[in-house]
Design a protein around this ligand. Structure first.
Ligand SMILES: [Fe+2]
Length: 173
């Protein structure tokens, strides 16, 4: 696979992160947050012209993957939205451009959840979470522009299709 990023800079950063994935959860999340902040501060690191960016929905671009983590650039067309979901692994993301609406949910069963919190994320925003919590959310591009986010997940992309553990239907709050 041809890298979508400036190889030397990003590979050094991600290699450090992959190493920290073997340490404690807190140390890993701190490292993931720091790495995402560094990537967001250097937009030149990512060649956006080569990202898969579908006219509708979500384009998923693998930037880097090891047995422990996978790093993706997600391109959100206007109107793109995920299902309400939780994760089977750690999930960290930062917003590079555009805006994304993130809604949080509380599960009321294995299949349904109610909304608890809603926020618009802007460029520079970073969030890191472990799967326990539980942490249910939905992300949508409610704005008029394409949005790009960088995600660091604690899963091996060769073994699993995504970070999603389970999806939920929205129940009235
Ligand atoms: Fe998620």
């Amino acid at each position: 696979m041809t890298p979508l990023t400036q190889p030397a800079d990003v590979e050094a950063m991600i290699a450090d992160l992959a190493l920290s994935a073997e340490s404690s959860a807190d140390a890993y999340l701190a490292s993931a947050r720091a790495t995402l902040l560094k990537i967001l501060a250097r937009p030149d690191l990512l060649d956006r012209t080569r990202l898969v960016a579908p006219p509708e929905g979500l384009g998923r671009n693998l930037l880097f993957g090891t047995r422990a983590i996978s790093v993706w650039a997600m391109v959100w067309s206007p109107g793109a939205v995920t299902p309400v979901h939780d994760h089977h692994c750690s999930c960290c993301f930062g917003l590079l451009s555009g805006s994304l609406r993130e809604t949080w949910y509380r599960p009321i069963s294995d299949t349904h959840a109610v909304a608890t919190l809603d926020a618009v994320r802007v460029p520079g925003y970073v969030a890191c979470m472990m799967p326990t919590g539980p942490n249910l959310h939905r992300i949508a591009n409610a704005g008029p522009d394409t949005a790009i986010s960088i995600h660091v997940y604690g899963y091996d992309h060769r073994e699993q299709a995504s970070s999603i553990h389970r999806t939920y239907e929205v129940a009235p709050g």
